[in-house]
Design a protein around this ligand. Structure first.
Ligand SMILES: *[C@@H]1O[C@H](CO)[C@@H](O)[C@H](O)[C@H]1NC(C)=O
Ligand SMILES: *[C@@H]1O[C@H](CO)[C@@H](O)[C@H](O)[C@H]1NC(C)=O
Ligand SMILES: *[C@@H]1O[C@H](CO)[C@@H](O)[C@H](O)[C@H]1NC(C)=O
Ligand SMILES: *[C@@H]1O[C@H](CO)[C@@H](O)[C@H](O)[C@H]1NC(C)=O
Ligand SMILES: *[C@@H]1O[C@H](CO)[C@@H](O)[C@H](O)[C@H]1NC(C)=O
Ligand SMILES: [Zn+2]
Length: 953
């Protein structure tokens, strides 16, 4: 699945300016899952002792007695509400041919929320089918259980036929419906039937062996109303008009799929339009979306880039695209960012649709990287699939890593492969520094229930997975890495693997590369990064050349109760620079070591972890820190731009962990007066965001604002100059990002001329709503700044524009900016809109609440709102639309007082019985963070106040 929690790239790219000035990154957001709701109903009583003699259907995993061969499925979604039941429904028939591997008198097949109307079993090739003794739906484990009067015979094949009815609910999971309106006079409501199967919702669409290793061939047929179009994984074959149950419908059948996993199935019935690649191309590429979006050309960018990215991956993997077509479809309601269904990739609209007149460069980058992520899965994940969900990190971490390579091939001038450090590496470190983090790789037996599977779709899986694979590729070198991948994909195509299989193939590639020397096997090195949580901070003492590594914890007092097979020690590949020159890379393999080349004298400086290719933080003796800081203030470009960002990020995090003095961290921001590059600014902005969260309600706020005002003024003036007084947009991709930083930080810290600029632009727009002259790159921050400075009139105008926006990315920017107002009743009203799907789509509700909580005025309103409406949000509000982990993280980010800790604890107690589902870990992390914040504020407030006071003068 496409990194669901980055759905709104606005979170990652632009700072919250409301009252605070800088953004705090949303750290541990996790993907939204539709079975959220189902899982919550599952009451798990921790006090019952597990019975030793369980019935097979009480286990969540399938037994190994049966395996599917092929399915023949016909589904008929009704896109109008059923008058008698008031429900949208679908009906279906499915035939599954399976092989009996071990003699058994029991059939277990997944089936969830379907009402079965017919069931029959036939023997194939002369096998006699046993008669059915009893069958029922086992709700907790989501099985259809069929007990037989005699045994199925090993080696024989059977066919199980079912007919069923299901609800086409708006729950974003399984076979579900999405709605939108088209036209204006009058607007017409349209309904789309679509799917999201990953991880465990194929069983909501038809009875199936719903585990990734249960690969089969799927023959799909869809019945649909005349005038609608049906899509599935395979190419659509004939469409014919037929009469079924007295109704005239179209029947579309599809090319059978290759052997594949159920979670990658997709089918869509809609009235969408499409554009396609020119005739004669090897692979047919089609982009589907609402007709209006297609007519406005919003699919053109995706169409233009898909072909080149596919070709890039064919070369990269040395393996041709396994299918004949690639459909990509943008859905108005979609829970994750995108989903890599084989041959029919589904997207949120913001992840696929682009309009040059209203989309920003960030929107564009988001589209390129999401497409690239999903296309990478067509091989890695789809052709070769993890055996079980415990290896999800390999699937998602890999796709996240190579998505930057694919996007770089499509947009080579952007240098996106550098941005991976901001977008994945630093984000992963902030979560992985908690004692409540978890190892990348889980044990198969620990991941069984749907909630446990869902919980895996988190920052660690995606971003840390990407970061450690990037490190691996870096020390093997990219060609060796790609060679190993290629033999891996060829060996295991159409089957399943465990992560050790990849290590083995990378090892083979390494062994056959002359001159490549590793201190240990790939397995030995990498297992330390995936089987134990966390990462090291490496401390280099340049006075002696001694080096040591230690498990880095954001709160050094937190208790690590998770044992590690490697005692929290790593094999650390370290690239480093001395006085500007690259040195021979060093491998740190023990807790302490001495590397005399790192011993320096005089003004010599050492900088380790060049380009942040390794997943660790670096600390130095104070002499080397001083030399680095001096260099930054005299000749900052002597240090590569990624490492300028790294110095800031490491120093701030080491300070939070009380490893270095906070004033040292603050000193790493002094050079920003002369810095014009995006990465260091963005990192400083993010880290100072933490200071704003902690202090924006205290007396530190004034001096902190004054200091930042002073630092950002030259940047603001720089952009004013290079854009000819804001009439042009800078050339360079990252300059375009930094222009946004310049304006947002300047406006929120009161730099002269800034607010006038943004409110002026906004006023012009209010005067001519049909003619928005604000450049798309700047819209989000301009809207936010103007709405923060304005009142009801501005808010209501923006709300109207939000409702009328014809492209989702524009709507997203407004949705974000509406949270910027400082008027409490407007914020409260906006919060209430989050419970009304007519106003805020369910897929967006969590984001909106989190945006509001990011506003200093909105924080307590959002917290009260969530507590008041918790049961409703948790149980009744369509589980698929809300990610509770994200919500918990977002609303508790500012917590730093005894009082807030008490409130949080009380909230946890009150809801203990029902539990927190996939947010369980997020709740623990919120507690851990709150306690760490309290300590940090108590210890640092005085020094920080003094420092800002002195340095803002
Ligand atoms: C699928 O089932 C339908 C009838 O239910 C049948 O007409 C069709 O031939 C079957 N297709 C395959 C590939 O078995
Ligand atoms: C399935 O059966 C249950 C119980 O009879 C009923 O409440 C539900 O509406 C049915 N679902 C559909 C989609 O017909
Ligand atoms: C099916 O019927 C519709 C409506 O009568 C018609 O427009 C369409 O051309 C028909 N399609 C086929 C394949 O006959
Ligand atoms: C991209 O990176 C290269 C090497 O790091 C650098 O020389 C170039 O200026 C960068 N380009 C842009 C547009 O930032
Ligand atoms: C941090 O440094 C400041 C100024 O250099 C000093 O006053 C303060 O005591 C130091 N704080 C700690 C915790 O060492
Ligand atoms: Zn993915």
């Amino acid at each position: 699945m496409g990194k669901g929690f980055f759905i709104s790239k606005t979170l990652g790219i632009v700072g919250v300016i409301v009252g605070t000035g800088v953004v705090a990154t949303i750290i541990a957001l996790s993907v939204v899952y539709s079975q959220e709701k189902a899982k919550n109903l599952e009451v798990v009583n921790p006090h019952t002792t597990p019975s030793t003699a369980k019935d097979p259907w009480e286990n969540y995993r399938l037994p190994d007695s049966l395996s599917p061969v092929s399915y023949n499925i016909t589904l008929w979604p009704r896109l109008v509400v059923n008058a008698s039941t008031g429900l949208y429904i679908f009906t279906g028939q499915s035939d599954v041919v399976f092989r009996c591997e071990k003699e058994t008198d029991l059939i277990l097949i997944h089936c969830n929320k379907l009402n079965l109307t017919l069931l029959s079993l036939t023997g194939l090739d002369g096998a006699t089918a046993p008669t059915i003794k009893k069958s029922w739906l086992e709700v907790p484990t989501q099985f259809l259980v069929i007990q037989l009067n005699s045994n199925l015979m090993a080696g024989r094949q059977y066919e199980l036929y079912t007919e069923f009815i299901g609800e086409l609910a708006d729950d974003l999971g399984g076979f579900y419906r999405s709605e939108y309106t088209e036209g204006t006079s009058p607007p017409v409501k349209k309904v789309v039937a679509t799917t999201q199967m990953q991880p465990v919702d194929a069983r909501k669409a038809f009875p199936c062996f719903d585990e990734p290793a249960m690969k089969a061939v799927f023959h799909m047929t869809l019945l649909h109303a005349h005038g609608t179009v049906a899509l599935a994984n395979g190419m659509n074959l004939a469409s014919v008009n037929v009469t079924v149950n007295g109704q005239d419908v179209t029947r579309t059948s599809f090319e059978p799929t290759p052997l594949m996993s159920t979670y990658l199935l997709a089918f869509v019935v809609s009235e969408f339009g499409f554009i396609q690649s020119p005739e004669g191309e090897k692979v047919l590429i089609r982009i589907w979306a609402r007709k209006q979006a297609i007519a406005e050309g919003q699919g053109n960018y995706a169409l233009e880039k898909t072909g080149p990215i596919l070709e890039f991956f064919e070369k990269y993997y040395s393996s041709s695209y396994p299918l004949t077509k690639s459909d990509q479809i943008a859905l108005p309601d979609f829970s994750a960012g995108a989903m890599e269904n084989w041959g029919l990739i589904t997207y949120r609209e913001t992840a696929l649709l682009f309009n040059p007149a209203s989309s920003s460069n960030g929107d564009k980058e988001w589209i390129a990287t999401v497409i690239s992520h999903e296309l990478a899965h067509m091989w890695f994940g789809n052709l070769v699939t993890m055996k079980w969900w415990n290896d999800l990190w390999l699937n998602e971490g890999f796709a996240s890593y190579v998505s930057y390579l694919g996007a770089d091939s499509a947009e080579p001038t952007w240098n996106v492969t550098d941005l991976i450090v901001l977008k994945e590496v630093h984000g992963a470190m902030s979560v992985d520094a908690l004692a409540s983090s978890h190892p990348l790789s889980a044990k198969e037996e620990d991941i069984v229930r749907p909630a446990q599977i869902s919980e895996l779709f988190d920052t660690i899986t995606y971003s840390k997975g990407a970061a450690v694979l990037r490190m691996l590729s870096d020390f093997l070198t990219e060609p060796v890495f790609a060679r190993g991948l290629s033999t891996y994909l060829n060996t295991f195509q159409y089957s399943n693997t465990v992560y050790q299989d990849l290590w083995k193939h990378l090892q083979m590639a390494a062994d056959s590369t002359p001159g490549l020397e590793l201190p240990a096997s790939v397995d030995d090195i990498m297992n330390r990064w995936i089987l134990q949580m966390g990462f090291p901070v490496v401390t280099i003492d340049t006075a002696t050349g001694s080096i040591n590594q230690r498990h880095f914890l954001l709160d050094p007092d937190s208790v690590v109760d998770r044992p590690s097979p490697f005692n929290y020690e790593w094999i650390v590949p370290m690239k480093w620079i001395k006085n500007g020159n690259d040195q021979t890379p060093y491998w740190l393999q023990t807790e302490t070591a001495t590397h005399l080349p790192m011993k320096t004298s005089g003004s010599d400086w050492v900088l380790a972890n060049t380009k942040v290719s390794g997943f660790f933080r670096v600390n130095y003796d104070s002499g080397n820190w001083d030399r680095l800081l001096t260099l930054l203030s005299t000749d900052h470009e002597a240090i590569p731009v990624i490492n300028r960002a790294q110095i800031v990020d490491d120093a701030f995090n080491l300070a939070r962990a009380r490893t270095v003095n906070t004033t040292l961290a603050l000193r790493t921001t002094l050079f920003l007066q002369r810095e014009r590059e995006y990465m260091p600014w963005q990192t400083a902005n993010k880290n100072l965001g933490y200071f704003f969260l902690m202090f924006d309600r205290s007396d530190v706020y004034g001096p902190m604002q004054a200091y930042l005002n002073k630092q950002v003024t030259p940047l603001f003036n720089h952009f004013k100059t290079i854009t000819a007084d804001w009439t042009k947009i800078p050339e360079k991709h990252t300059d375009q990002y930094n222009q946004v930083n310049a304006i947002s930080i300047a406006c929120s810290t009161g730099v002269a001329g800034c607010e006038e600029l943004t409110t002026g632009w906004f006023k012009d727009w209010m005067n001519t709503p049909e003619n928005n002259m604000i450049h798309p790159n700047l819209r989000q921050t301009v809207y936010c700044s103007a709405i923060a400075a304005g009142g009801m009139e501005e808010w209501d105008f923006a709300w109207r524009m939000y409702k009328e926006a014809s492209i989702a990315s524009e709507a997203d920017k407004l949705m974000y900016a509406l949270a910027c107002t400082r008027v409490p009743w407007l914020l409260n009203r906006y919060l209430n809109y989050c419970l009304d799907p007519e106003k805020i789509r369910k897929q967006d509700a969590t984001f909106t609440i989190v945006y509001i909580a990011g506003n200093v005025v909105g924080q307590s309103l959002a917290w009260d709102f969530v507590r008041t409406n918790w049961d409703h949000l948790f149980n009744d509000y369509g589980g698929g639309s809300l990610s509770f982990a994200r919500l918990i993280e977002g609303i508790t980010r500012r917590f730093s007082s005894e009082f807030e800790l008490k409130q949080l604890q009380q909230f946890i107690e009150e809801n203990a019985e029902q539990g927190f589902g996939s947010a369980t870990l997020a709740v623990d992390q919120a507690l851990e963070r709150t306690k760490a914040n309290m300590k940090w504020v108590a210890e640092n407030k005085k020094d920080i106040l003094t420092w800002f006071t002195v340095n803002s003068a």
